[in-house]
Structures are given as C-alpha cells and as structure tokens.
Design a protein. Sequence first.
Length: 264
Amino acid sequence: MPLLDHVLELRNRLAVVGLAILAGTILMWFFFNPVWDFLKQPYCGIPQSHQLSGKDCTLVVTGIFEGFFIRLKVSFILGVVVSSPVWLFEIWAFITPAMRGREKRWTYTFLACAVPLFAAGAVLAYLTLSQGLSFLLGVNPNDVLALVTVSSYLSFALAMLLIFGVSFEFPLVVVLLNFMGVLSYRRLRSWWRPMVLGIFVFAALATPSQDPFTMSALAVPMSILYWMAVGVAYIHDRRKARREADSPYAGLSDDEASPLEPAF
C-alpha cells in the first residue's frame, strides 16, 4: 500500500478506537457507584482510628467540581478497559499484514501470557492496599487524623494496580529476550543474585506506600516469576541445542565455509 493509504487506514482505525472508548466511558458513567464501592473497600478495611468517621469509611472532596472530574476519570479508565477488545483488534488488524507466520505466533503467545500476568498483579495489589494504607496512615502522630480525599486515594489505588500489573510482565520480557537469543539460560542463572537484589530494590522504590509488607508482596512474586522464566529459558536452550546438533552446519565456526551438496 502507498504511504497515504497507510495514513488513511490509521486515521480510520483511530476513529473507531476513539468511538469505542467514548461509548465505554458513557456506559461506565452509569456504573460508577458499584465500581467505586469496590475500589474503596481496601480503605474501609483499615482500622477505624485512621478514618474520618468511626462507623462509616468516609472520604472527602475539596471542591465543587472535584467529584465530577473524579467520576469522569474513573469512567474513562473503565471505558478503556471494557473497550479493550475493540482497540486491541484495531491495533492487531493494522500491524498484522506486516508480520510473518512466526511473528504472529509470538504475538498470540505474548498476549495470552501478558493479560493474565497483568490481571494477577492487579489482584495482588488490590489485596495489599489495606496494609499499605494502614502503614501510611499509622505513621501520623496520635492526635492527628488524616483527611483523605477521594482524589488522593484514587491516585494511590490506581498507581498500585498499575505498578503491580506492569511489574508482573517482567518475566515475560525475560523469556522473549531468551527466545530472541539476547539472554541465554546460563547467563540468567549466573545473574540470579543481582537480579533478585534488583527486584527488591525496584519494589522498594516503585511501591507508593514503600512499607515492608507491600514491598515484599511485590518482590517475592516477581522473584518466583523470574525463576519460572529461567526454567522456560532452560527448556528452550536445550531444544535449541538439540536442533543445532542435528544440523549439517554444526561445529562450523563463523568464518568457515559450509559444505555444499551437489545439485545432481
């Protein structure tokens, strides 16, 4: 296709993506209350001594329009999520003509692993939100009560969900680098000590609460997933070694000519 046709196709697909996200945002606007009740459950699970009200978990807003913009923000995020099948299909349909069969299989495998890993990280973040909030609010002086706004709590919760979800994609990146020949099993195994140390340092810096419990809740699963990726790299390298051993070009150096079979 000429370049102009590619640009026009991209414009049309972006328009479809925009309409899908807009429709998802409008739809999620009417489901804001049940979603908000679900998101604030971790805050309701912290000790009542850290909350504004002794009976109900109450968050506050600091402006007239803040509630509207918060509702719009949450609806937009949920609209992006519920419309993901549409915009993922549009992205796939745009780039797939340039892919070969092997590259398409890699993409299918990547998506099939990336989505569950991100979801697992987000679920773990949701389960650890209460501990992180308890730590942050617990460091206040005894006679000080934190006035937690809806905006600050929502930013904290979304940051936790995003950080945990993206961090759980780390082993998938390691496996892809191994399949591409960038990192071998031997190198991954020899790097396990600095890698585990780097994972804990990353968890300490990346988690918004920076408390030991939340840091460990992120670092320990990431370390386990790293070792699972090392195991996948071990299996892949063994299969690759068998294929190379059966090749007629096995044992040849890079500057050595390969033997040619007669054509007749």
